[in-house]
Ligand binder design. Sequence first.
Ligand code: ADP
Ligand code: UDP
Length: 237
Amino acid sequence: MEKIALLYEGKAKRIYTTTEPDLLVVDYKDDATAFNGLKKGRIANKGVLNNKISAFFFTLLAKCGVESHYVRLLSDREMLVKKLKIIPVEVVVRNYAAGSLSQRLGLKEGTPLARPVLEFYYKNDALGDPLINEDHIAVLALATPAQVGAMAKQALTVNRILTEHLKTLNLILVDYKLEFGLYQGQVLLGDEISPDTCRFWEATTGEKLDKDRFRRDLGGVEEAYQEIYRRLTGGDC
Ligand code: ADP
Ligand code: UDP
């Protein structure tokens, strides 16, 4: 398997084609953006940390029966994945109120939610990724009802597995975003699971260990990502 050509460069990752038509290389960058690209910066070592943290989570999920696009790590910043036809719907799962949910519903940040809350956003930078529902997904023909059902089911299974595992590390999984795509007719989990796409809080101190440190200029961003890696793997990156 050889890397061939740059297929797509996004805000946080580059995607390359390979000699295998069904496989892609994902290269994680240090670039950071927030507020739909309005805030830009770099977080030292972020690409390495997000690559390895995502690999850890995809491996854990596979052990627990949730398949994903992840094949294997190739280098510090690169992983080999199955090529998906990405469904342009971002699936957000929330266990505690934070971010846009706190703003929209007036819930104080940190309020525990009585049950996990599932949300869908239209993955469309020009529109600012608006919140959508299953009717919107149907009329825009973004996914079939069966595919929406498969995404929702997997997202909630991921929630159980990650919440329980992170609890053993004294970490709270506040919320996170997943992306799915089609692979040989199957709805498969893709993209990344990292401090860029999840909110992780230290359970005892409430300290934020995720991209909110960048979004809100809290400092110690790389250290927070390192801490997540250290708790997951017991080592330094
Ligand atoms: P963005 O596109 O939002 O700037 P990234 O920089 O993370 O985001 O770019 C990675 C892109 O690759 C995303 O658009 C994501 O949907 C897509 N992607 C993730 N996993 C796969 C995959 N297995 N196959 C094809 N595309 C993928
Ligand atoms: N999220 C993401 N990408 C997005 C939007 C959200 O990874 O384009 C993640 C975000 O990191 C958080 C969760 O989804 O873990 C919920 O985000 P929220 O809607 O609160 O967004 P905010 O407006 O705070 O970025």
